[in-house]
Design a protein around this ligand. Structure first.
Ligand SMILES: Cc1cc2nc3c(=O)[nH]c(=O)nc-3n(C[C@H](O)[C@H](O)[C@H](O)COP(=O)(O)OP(=O)(O)OC[C@H]3O[C@@H](n4cnc5c(N)ncnc54)[C@H](O)[C@@H]3O)c2cc1C
Length: 401
């Protein structure tokens, strides 16, 4: 049986980023023996996706970006626009395929990490008396049984069930990559939230437009609500948004993208055993109030690899502070209960808070007094009533009544 320093399970955003950081240690440190196990092509392996995030430039992955913007817009239901420049941040768009190719080029010739295509079924600490570390078992791509042992194992497989929570919403969306006949897009500005979509009875919806040139953009319809739509529902919403709201005229859909991201105040345990840690969405890296994950995944990967290279226990740090978690719990509950009007809430926040501060806030990187001033820009009454209600609510599994 093969024993390695580190086994990373799942080669999505979190697994790939961590394996890359581990395999590029600071000068003078040996490259550790890292095995990266990912599901073979098939239902467990997610299709190519688009990750957006903000950071200052230059960033580590700039050469692989599809596009970046230094102007962002949010539109209210009446079409009024708030345009902000989030400098020093830039909003960046990275396709997962380009990200994988970039990291593969950078590690080319090193033989690291060792890649294994297998479905992992179980990960457990070694029983006492059998050494230190954990064992990964599953089925390799050729159908044979797989057993690997590692000193540390990082698991990024999506959780089978969401954790018990007071509030569980879903951020669900479908996007069309469109090519129009006329130059209709302004490639200098990305539309983060456009509330000119019909608002659902429960939760909120918005359009999201990422133009890559005057003729091409990724146009998405997104909802924060309890249940996903069916195919016809997304198609109807996107047709309505592209034709009636954006007035794109004639266009071709060159590709589609779809996803569901959990928005929950339940806790995702980061520890799966003495030698096992969870990372990525499985380890709580998704910001509950927004669904953004990619930047937190990068912060965690750097922290874990730094601890490992320094000989410390490589435990992933929390992706967000307890304060950020508490504020998100209030917002999620406010949205779910209908006490907070989601479209008005987000539109108001972008109108009243400088874009740079808001993006830092969403990264969990603001000071308490900044959070307080941001709190004052929200509907204070409904938010305070929600704060008072939260301690009385039980954590339940999603779907349980
Ligand atoms: C369509 C879409 C768009 C998104 N856009 C953004 C965005 O713009 N910005 C942002 O910050 N976040 C975004 N997110 C949220 C988040 O960044 C992504 O979901 C991100 O991919 C999460 O990374 P991850 O590594 O945790 O999970 P994943 O990327 O889903 O990786 C999980 C990995 O585990 C593997 N796996 C699963 N089961 C097994 C098994 N049994 N054995 C072995 N391997 C297994 C899979 O093959 C996969 O490689 C988006 C999510 C989706 C779905």
């Amino acid at each position: 049986m093969r024993e390695t320093d580190v086994i990373v399970v799942g080669a999505g955003a979190a697994g790939l980023s961590l394996a890359y950081r581990l395999c590029t240690p600071p000068p003078g440190h040996p490259v550790p023996d890292v095995t990266l196990v990912d599901a073979p092509a098939g239902p467990l392996r997610p299709p190519e996706r688009t990750w957006c995030f903000w950071e200052t430039s230059p960033g580590d992955f700039d050469s692989a970006l599809t596009a970046e913007w230094d102007s962002l817009r949010v539109r209210g239901r009446d079409g009024s626009a708030t345009v902000g420049r989030p400098a020093p941040f830039r909003y960046k768009m990275l396709r997962s395929g380009s990200f994988e190719a970039l990291l593969a080029r950078r590690l080319d010739g090193t033989g690291a990490p060792r890649r294994v295509a297998a479905r992992v079924d179980d990960i457990r600490d070694l029983a006492s008396g059998h050494g230190t570390g954990a064992e990964v078992t599953g089925v390799a791509a050729d159908g044979s049984e797989l057993t690997l042992r590692g000193r540390w194992v990082f698991d990024s497989r999506p959780p089978r069930a969401l954790p018990p929570a007071r509030t569980t919403l879903l951020q669900h969306f479908r996007g069309w990559f469109v090519r129009t006949d006329r130059p209709v897009f302004d490639p200098a500005t990305a539309d983060l939230m456009d509330f000119r979509t019909p608002q659902p009875a429960h939760g909120l919806s918005f359009g999201y437009v990422l133009p890559t040139n005057a003729y091409e953009a990724l146009v998405e319809y997104t909802e924060f609500s309890r249940a996903v739509l069916d195919d016809a529902g997304y198609a109807r919403a996107l047709r309505q948004y592209t034709e009636r709201v954006l007035g794109l005229g004639s266009f071709e859909v060159t590709a589609t993208e779809q996803g569901v991201i959990p928005m929950t105040d339940g806790r995702f345990p980061r520890r799966g055993g003495r030698s096992v840690f969870r990372i990525g969405t499985a380890g709580g890296a998704t910001r509950p109030s927004t669904g953004y994950t990619f930047a937190a995944v990068q912060r965690q990967a750097r922290a874990v690899a730094g601890a490992f290279h320094a000989g410390r226990v490589p435990e992933p740090p929390p992706a967000y502070s307890a304060r950020a978690g508490a504020m998100d719990a209030v917002l999620l509950r406010g949205l779910d209960s209908g006490r907070v009007d989601g479209a008005a809430f987000f539109e108001g926040l972008f109108r009243r808070v400088p874009m740079e501060r808001l993006l830092r806030f969403l990264d969990g990187d603001t000071r308490p007094y900044e959070d307080f001033t941001i709190g004052l820009r929200t509907p204070v009454g409904p938010m305070l009533r929600t704060v008072a209600e939260l301690p009385w609510l039980r954590h339940r599994r999603a779907g349980a009544s």
